[in-house]
Design a protein around this ligand. Sequence first.
Ligand SMILES: Cc1cc2nc3c(=O)[nH]c(=O)nc-3n(C[C@H](O)[C@H](O)[C@H](O)COP(=O)(O)O)c2cc1C
Length: 209
Amino acid sequence: MALIKAFEKRVSVRNFTDAPVKKEDVKLMLEAVQLAPSGKNRQNWHFVIVEDRAVIEKIETAVRKKNQILAACIEDSDKKRKFEKFVEYALVFKRAPVTVLVFASDYHPTGVNEMQAAGLAEEASQLERTAPGIQNLGAAMEHFCLAAADLGYGTCWMTSPNYAAKEIQESLPLELPGFHLVAMTPLGVPGQIGERPKRKKIEEISSWI
Ligand SMILES: Cc1cc2nc3c(=O)[nH]c(=O)nc-3n(C[C@H](O)[C@H](O)[C@H](O)COP(=O)(O)O)c2cc1C
């Protein structure tokens, strides 16, 4: 399939069938990740493929609990209700047979230490905001999601559950020293797919000089 077709096919999928995800297909998705560009070729990512239902349920419980803990601290009742309701968007992963957790290790922008040493603290903090380490992860994640779409699978890039990152990491039977959770996605054969949300116009998202 031409890449442009995979772009069209990739939508955020929030409903899945029970059909299994083939290991060899996941390997192809990870091969696509291997091909992603990264600053200084650091490849500062690690993908954890969770097929074990008991672990997925532990992650779900961790997110629900953290949502309740945080909600209990919100005084405004409207904001509290919204935050509690939004937990469903943080739990989309539980509807798929596989959950993919995406971890990053730190990668600081080139020149940031030098700027700090030169007394340019304000500019150094602006430079940090360009977050090349996270840009690397975005590239890797998009490669994964596009490869999944190309192979007939659905994904939904998710960051909402990150407020429970600590508890999610504690739910795993493995440790990844130096890595922190940045995103996750369910992975499975799509069930019912909703409409793709409307996009901004080209004139809004670009300027030509
Ligand atoms: C960084 C990032 C975080 C996202 N987090 C969530 C999430 O936590 N839960 C969710 O249901 N969708 C999440 N999404 C999916 C977006 O809502 C979706 O990409 C957007 O509405 C455009 O729709 P489309 O992906 O179907 O084209 C996230 C997407 C991105 C790129």
